[in-house]
Every structure is written in structure tokens, then in C-alpha cells.
Design a protein around this ligand. Structure first.
Ligand code: SF4
Length: 402
């Protein structure tokens, strides 16, 4: 593997090429203290104080690989902003939540979050290769809760077995690809042994922050559990290096589809230029843009939140202007646990029973005539889905007053 990080040898002169490509060496040499960080990157005063003031709030940890992508000369380098704390992160604002998605209200056992009807989140561990400054699950990844034990994972598997409505399991944490391949396989075998689980997803930032972990052994191991999707988290095209590309392509070559969930962050990637470039580059390595997330209302992250209108404006700069495959869903995970909703620009200008007037991506008006027949029931559903149709979703509008 050719590194495009010529700076790494200057930063880590004692490392051999083989060590640099060894993910365990990378983890052993992660930068975890202000003192070590300062030796490698000239910090701004805001960052230095940020490291000190967030010491009791969230872990500091940066893999040498991810650190080598930092632009040492620019405080707004998107890799730097994701890895190095600033003082604002230690400030809490009214309304910010420690558990912004209300997950803890839906934890029937410690390692399971069961919030949606047919899918669960399985928390496999509390560690990551880089502790992202925008992490909204830091109540877990800070280590405050303590790690997830083997017994708790067994309890989670028991929960899956006992709940036949669960057909989709998202394994996350922490980063599940930090488990040894043996332990990961053991966990996936346990999940796959549950007959009603149809698909498995793994949420991981490893392709972004520690791509050398994705070797042939791991990729072959994951392939055994198809249909298994890997959901990763590139936030800026600067993270799409030859190493990251090789990791994603290796997974796809082994039959593991890779999807990307990006987070929109103020002054880090909050422009049409940055998001369009990211989405287009994801597609070039066969990673499908899936979500662009509005930043959650989480403690210490106000400085990274964008107005809702910015995301819609960015989406407007993508739809029609680039491949539809490069346009993610813009999702807002409602504060307190309401679940995800998606937003998009409003293209409807007028609606009548006879037709609808819409604008296209260039702002030009078009008329769509409504058909005379409006009965959209599907007669063959009763044959094809006899006795098995899922109940129709029910909508109940409830005014939340607090
Ligand atoms: S990899 Fe994911 S879980 Fe880990 S710190 Fe980053 S955002 Fe949080």
C-alpha cells in the first residue's frame, strides 16, 4: 500500500513502513494527551485550552494515520477540527442533551437500543480509533458507562432471539471493527444464528480513521455474514486518501456494500462545494452516499451546528446538479428520541386537483397533470402477501410541549 501521507515519516520517524501499515501499531501509538499532541502539531491557544478543558468531558485519541492528515498550518482543516478539541466543546448550552437521541429510554438490556419497530442497535464496545469531537454518543464512548462485557453481549443476543419483530441489527458502539476478527466473528455468528434477523449492518469509522484494519482476512470474514452492510462516516473529501479508498474497495470487492453517513458541521464541511465533492468522491470508490445528518442537539456541540436552512440549501446545490446517486438524504434526528425525519427543498409551487406546478433545480416552472383515475390500491397484494402483509403505519400527530 502506497501512503499519500509523506508527512508521516517526519511525524513518526521511528516507524517502519510495515509498522505504519499495522493497525495494532497504529492503536498502540495513538495520541492521547495534550503533551504528545503538542509535540506533533503546533496547536492554537484555543485548541490547547480546549484539550485541557475537555479532559474530564471526553477522551482524546487520534490514530497516527488520521493525525498525519492534519494540515498543521490551518485551524479550519476539517480533519483537525474533527480530532482536536476547542474550548467551545467544554461549554454547554440550554437544551443540549447528553443522550440527544433518547436512546437510553429504549435500552431493554444494556447492549441493545430498540427504538424502531423492526430494527435494533447493538452496542458492541465503547472504544474508537479516533474520538471524534462531534461524537454524539460520547456518554458511551467517553468510557463513563464502562465497557460492554461478554455477558452483556450474550444478553443482547438473548434479546434478539426473544423478539421476532427484529429483522435488522446495526452493530455499533464504539467501533466494532476494533474487536479482534475472532471476537467479531463470534458476535456475528451469534446474530446470524437468530433466524428472523435478515440483515446486519456495521457502523464503523475504521475506513476513515484506521483503514489499515481492513485487510483481506477481515473482509473475507465479513463476507460470510451477507447480507451485511458497512455504514461508514466520511465527512470531508480530505479523508478520502488512497488508503481509505483501498479499504472501501477491498470491502466492496469482497461483497460488502459500503454506505456513507456524513454529518454536516459548521465551517468544516458546510458548503455546497465541500459536500458535493465528498459525495462524488465517495461514489468513485463505490461508497454510496446515504445520509447527510443535521448535527444533533448534543452537549458541547453548538459551535458545530448549522441552521436547518443550510442543509436544505446544500441539498438544492446537489439535486439536478450532480448524479442522483450522489445526493444523500438530509436527515434530522429529532432531539429527545423522536427518530429521523428527512428534509428537502420544496419543489411544489401550486397544487390543485387537476395538476401540480413544480419548479425544477434551475427554478423553471413545469406542470404535472394529475391522472383521472386515483384508485392506487394493488389488487395482487392480497395474493402475493396473503396473510403476511405488515400492518400499515399509523400516523398520530402529538404536540410536544417540552
Ligand atoms: S467513531 Fe463514531 S462512535 Fe466513535 S467517536 Fe467517532 S463518531 Fe463517536
Amino acid at each position: 500500500m502506497q501512503s499519500t501521507s509523506p508527512g508521516w515519516k517526519r511525524l513518526f520517524p521511528e516507524a517502519t513502513d510495515a509498522q505504519w501499515r499495522d493497525w495494532r501499531w497504529q492503536l498502540r501509538h495513538s495520541v492521547r494527551s495534550l503533551e504528545d499532541l503538542e509535540r506533533l502539531v503546533p496547536l492554537t491557544d484555543d485548541e490547547r485550552r480546549g484539550c485541557l478543558e475537555t479532559r474530564d468531558v471526553f477522551r482524546l485519541g487520534i490514530s497516527p494515520y488520521y493525525l498525519s492528515l492534519i494540515d498543521a498550518a490551518h485551524p479550519f482543516c476539517p480533519v483537525r477540527m474533527q480530532a482536536i478539541p476547542v474550548r467551545a466543546e467544554a461549554t454547554r448550552h440550554e437544551g443540549e442533551l447528553r443522550d440527544p437521541l433518547g436512546e437510553d429510554l429504549h435500552r431493554p438490556v444494556r447492549a441493545i437500543v430498540h427504538k424502531y419497530p423492526d430494527r435494533v442497535l447493538l452496542l458492541a464496545l465503547d472504544h474508537c480509533s479516533v474520538y471524534c469531537r462531534h461524537c454524539t454518543r460520547r456518554r458511551i464512548t467517553s468510557g463513563d458507562e464502562g465497557g460492554i462485557s461478554r455477558e452483556e453481549l450474550q444478553e443482547a443476543l438473548g434479546y434478539l432471539r426473544a423478539n421476532p419483530e427484529v429483522r435488522d441489527v446495526l452493530v455499533s458502539g464504539g467501533d466494532p471493527l476494533l474487536l479482534s476478527t475472532g471476537r467479531l466473528v463470534e458476535l456475528l455468528e451469534g446474530i446470524r444464528a437468530v433466524p428472523h434477523v435478515e440483515i446486519v449492518r456495521i457502523g464503523s469509522r475504521i475506513p476513515v480513521c484506521l483503514p489499515m484494519r481492513v485487510d483481506d482476512e477481515l473482509s473475507r470474514a465479513l463476507r460470510r455474514f451477507a447480507p451485511l452492510y458497512l455504514v461508514t462516516h466520511f465527512n470531508h473529501a480530505k479523508e478520502i486518501t488512497p488508503e481509505a479508498r483501498e479499504a472501501c474497495e477491498r470491502l466492496v470487492d469482497h461483497g460488502v456494500p459500503v454506505e456513507n453517513q456524513a454529518v454536516l458541521m459548521r465551517r468544516l464541511n458546510s458548503s455546497v462545494t465541500a459536500i458535493r465533492d465528498l459525495m462524488q468522491k465517495c461514489l468513485t470508490m463505490r461508497v454510496r452516499p446515504y445520509y447527510l445528518h443535521q448535527m444533533d442537539v448534543a452537549e458541547g456541540l453548538e459551535h458545530l451546528r448549522t441552521p436547518l436552512a443550510k442543509g436544505i440549501e446544500i441539498l438544492q446545490g446537489l439535486r439536478g446538479w450532480t448524479s442522483g446517486l450522489a445526493v444523500p438524504h438530509l436527515a434530522v434526528d429529532l432531539p429527545g428520541g423522536g427518530g429521523k425525519v428527512t428534509l428537502q427543498p420544496d419543489y411544489v409551487l401550486e397544487r390543485t386537483a387537476a395538476d401540480t406546478v413544480l419548479r425544477n433545480y434551475r427554478g423553471e416552472k413545469y406542470r404535472y397533470p394529475e391522472p383521472a383515475e386515483t384508485d392506487c390500491s394493488v389488487p395482487y397484494d392480497e395474493v402475493f402477501y396473503a396473510g403476511s402483509a405488515a400492518p400499515a403505519p399509523r400516523l398520530r400527530i402529538v404536540q410536544r410541549t417540552s
